[in-house]
Write a protein that binds this ligand. Structure first.
Ligand code: FES
Length: 107
């Protein structure tokens, strides 16, 4: 289990606990985090689960995979540093304390 903090564009924070074998997206959806529609349910088909990983966590989280990066670029026309699809981030103990920001607008 890991504690993950979701930060909204207005700065409000929501810290929640992950369950077993969850992605960051599943943790957020299960706790009704706003601005996280995750329309495709984690199938890497919607880009509506984007988050910006806090700079201090980027190395631990890693960068996007090939298809994930393409999807982010298709949605935004760019690949902002730290931007990930939260359905592609598996939560592990190593991510305990992770902070991610929700963008103003999803893809
Ligand atoms: S939930 Fe659709 S791409 Fe992540």
């Amino acid at each position: 289990m890991a504690r993950i903090t979701f930060i909204q564009p207005d700065g409000s924070r929501q810290s929640v606990e992950s369950g077993e074998d969850e992605t960051v997206m599943l943790v957020g959806v299960r706790h009704n985090v706003a601005r996280l529609p995750a329309d495709c349910g984690g199938q890497l088909a919607c880009a509506s689960c984007m988050v910006d990983v806090a700079e201090s966590w980027r190395e631990a989280v890693g960068g996007p995979g090939l298809d994930e990066g393409d999807m982010i670029e298709d949605a935004l026309g760019a690949r902002p540093r730290g931007r990930r699809l939260s359905c592609q981030i598996a939560v592990t103990e190593a991510l305990d304390g992770l902070e991610v920001r929700l963008p103003e607008k999803q893809g």
